[in-house]
Ligand binder design. Sequence first.
Ligand SMILES: [Zn+2]
Length: 491
Amino acid sequence: MKAKNVLLTVFLISIFLTVYSSNDLEEVFRAHVRVLASDSLQGRGLGTEGTERARDYIAREFAQAGLRAMPGIEGGYLQSFSFRQRLAWIPGTNIVGYVEGSDPVLKNEYIVLGAHYDHLGFEKDNGEKTIYPGADDNASGVAAIIELGRYFAARPGLLKRSLIIVAFDAEESGLIGSRWFVDNSPVPVENIKLMFSFDMVGMYGANNGVHLRGMGSMENGVETAMHKAAKTGIALRNTGSNIERRTDTAPFGDAGIPAVHVFTGTKSPYHKPEDQYHLLDYVGMVKIHEFMTTFIPELASREQIEPAPALIAHAQVQAGKRLPRLLFGFNLNTGSGFHRYDDEFFRANSLFATSAGFYLQVPVSQLLTLQQEALFDVNGSKIEGGNFRRYSATLPLNLQLGTPRASGNPARVFVFAGPYFRYSFGGTEAGESIDFDLFEQQEWGYSYGLTLEVFMFSIGFTHRRAVTGLFNDSDINVFDSNNYFTLGYRF
Ligand SMILES: [Zn+2]
């Protein structure tokens, strides 16, 4: 750290400590926002030094607030990830802390209080630097979760469920930090019962109240909120059941978790350089804080938190759109094999053939799947004076094109085609053991076919056709072919 930066940090901390010691919550909020939206943090743009400083500040505040680090996260408070933007890999970091609940059973359920701390950074035009400070969006939300964390960490018996406090990175780039958190949750995702995204909470007065968008995604959530609002005298607006898609609530809602956008509207100079700390309504932030300090204990201690039926339906649709990563199964092919004599007018009589083994499927899209098989294979043909038999390992790689995989229907029909490699390690030729000085051990060919999959079972037809010859001597054009009836089972 450069000496200038050390001085700056000391200066910022001293501003903060001076106002914090006054113990006036309004001034505390003002101090947080002033630091996070200061020019030295340069608009908290993706992967910048300003964002690193914001991260240091938030982590330090989490520690001072008495938040614990999540046991499931290696980096203490820091959950690091990286994501691709155009051609570059960008590092991102969520800052995660928690307050353990007091109930021996319910403490394994969680309420997430989240706020993104990234913003748009700065622009350079002809050497002129324009910083987007993002005071309302979203230094205000970060200030809100720090102080809620501090409040609850200091009152250990108040909550039966546990709280997870997260400052999300990379929200402005498409909710990447929050989606990463849900996909790599330090606790089982089904144990996260409710989520609040504090995103732009600094304009309570101008907005004539605060929105709890998505409150209706929780069973009885609106009633509980209204009841507490009447007691604390806060004005609640928009408590609908639709989960907001433009803030960190969306990934939680997609996972079936009731998720609420705490929001005072786009009253600030939204996504403009003028979104500065002195414009915010800190009295309103205190009002929201006071409401939350009575509302959250009620939620964290009630018997059950359930998603509303519409949210359950939404989550099922989302789950249907998700592609499975890898699928394993078993295939059994039974049918016949024969040899093609390409220089002659005949083909040999066919002989029973079978192969069996495992497959690995990699879904590429709803319609396309790549399948690699590893089969033990018995193949051959009738020849003069008896049978020709080979024992081989066959490795077909096929691309499947079919009906959508994950539309919620249990059946899928697909055609497939692709190359195979076969290695023969033994066999007999009219009763004698095969002489691999005469015959090729390696063979290349291709397969194609049609399959119907229903639940875990599949049934279909497979044709395999060699393109390299049976004999070492390339002047003898004899090729293996197989037709199979294929049965499959997916684990
Ligand atoms: Zn925002």
